[in-house]
Write a protein that binds this ligand. Sequence first.
Ligand code: NOJ
Length: 555
Amino acid sequence: MVNWWKKSVVYQIYPQSYKDTTGSGMGDLNGIIEKLPYLVKLGIDVIWLNPIYQSPLVDNGYDISDYYQINPVYGTMKHLERLLEEAHQLGIKIVMDLVVNHTSDQHEWFIKSAESRDNEYSDYYIWIDPKEDGSEPTDWGSTFGGSAWEYVESRGQYYLHLFAKEQPDLNWENPKVREAVYQMMDFWFKKGIDGFRMDVISLISKRQDWPMALPGAVYTKSYYVGASNGPRVHEFLQEMNRKVLSKYDIMTVGETANTTVEQAILYTDPKREELNMVFHFDHMHLDYGRFGKFSDVRFKMSDLRNVMSEWQDKLEGRGWSSLYWSNHDQPRAVTRFGNDLFYRVESAKMLGTLLHMMKGTPYIYQGEEIGMRNVPFEDLEHYQDIETFATIDEMMAAGADREYIKRSVFLKSRDNARTPMPWTAKEKFGFTTGTPWIDFSPDNSKINVEQALADENSVFYHYRKLIKLRKEYEVIIDGVYELLNPNDSAVYGYTRTLNRQKLIVICSFTENKVNYEIPQELAGAKLLLSNYTTSAQCLAQKTELSPYEALIYLI
Ligand code: NOJ
């Protein structure tokens, strides 16, 4: 039997920006409940909710101060129970975010841990003595800038924080910490949730010899050394699986930055009993520049095709893929990989087609289904995100010019994906009656849900058809992937084969008209879906493609 999560399409909701029902300017659980019929219409199977737990929101909820409480800005436990009940009635499952590499510094575990070296919670976090000269134990840098170590007077020690200093890392070496995490997970499964997306789970096991990252350099981002895919990470996940996950019919997806396919197999090979799938970042790294993610470099289609194919090929029969273009940490896909100026609708549909016909579980990030693009904010003042601020500081310190900074923030800031969901074209776009926590995108009057639902050629209806196809054709779930024409400079084509069926997917990444040739035995395949009304019903050996045309044929 095929696991349900292999046949599912996941829709990611960033609760803060989805739908506000109280006028607070922040989305809430009732807002999500209100929009369930919209999601039924789209046809998705699972909702992944970004963190909604009690939190001071230093990193928008990835700093949890109480794992058992709902942040009042989103509602109460009763609202969550209602969401679970109503979603389940509609056949939609709910996956929550599990953030256990770190907590908030306001979590009572940390408050007590910081008090002294000899209380019950002293070893819940990673505390290390200063070097002889009083400086930090290593040169590790925090993801959000500066050192990854923070000194605390009361203990005379440093604690580790791979993210903000308000996000201290838990000490997974301590069995009591692991037990506390497993207990908390049990609590949520008993509530009825259907799985966890596990935040930076590849970072939980740190090398205990605390190596230097790059001697001589200042604060090297720590996930490159000593923390990524650490020595005990698989042992911990197997223990978690044995003690919690294996008891429930749920799904798990681990966020695993800096993880190769070979490492992903270790996480997802069912025989090893760890996770169902992981989010890798290889395609996200294709347009990195000298400041990492914040750059104005454009990806190359051939690189994208290599990366995607490598993951499709190597995971075949070994593990399972998660397929995504965007999420709350990434810019909008149509800006990054498509053409949001002249072919926004066509290229958004093309990207959806390419991804949803691959092997794995597709994830749609809110707004992607209506083709939202990066937010054309005019100035840096509009941005709110801690990572964006940290990178601006870093770039300024390195002497980057203001225009470059603006450009790369516009292209890469996480806020591109975090502006409120536009439901209508009217005032405040049906998101709130109050003041939104972050400014609206100036695009909203043109790109919004009301418009998408009224236009039968919208990105929304194309996504809906893609989701429907996955339900109708087993070859999309289980077929073996094979690349077509690996050297074509503008078109990404591939096939999926199951028994005697073959699916042929052809996606153009250019705004020019181009020809594409396919092997003779595929000619004659019948059209299942395309993003142009003019596409040929039967695949010809030499096919002329319109700008960003996307074709799905079956033979
Ligand atoms: C990854 C999350 O997706 C991101 O939003 C967050 O800032 C970091 N992990 C830290 O939890």
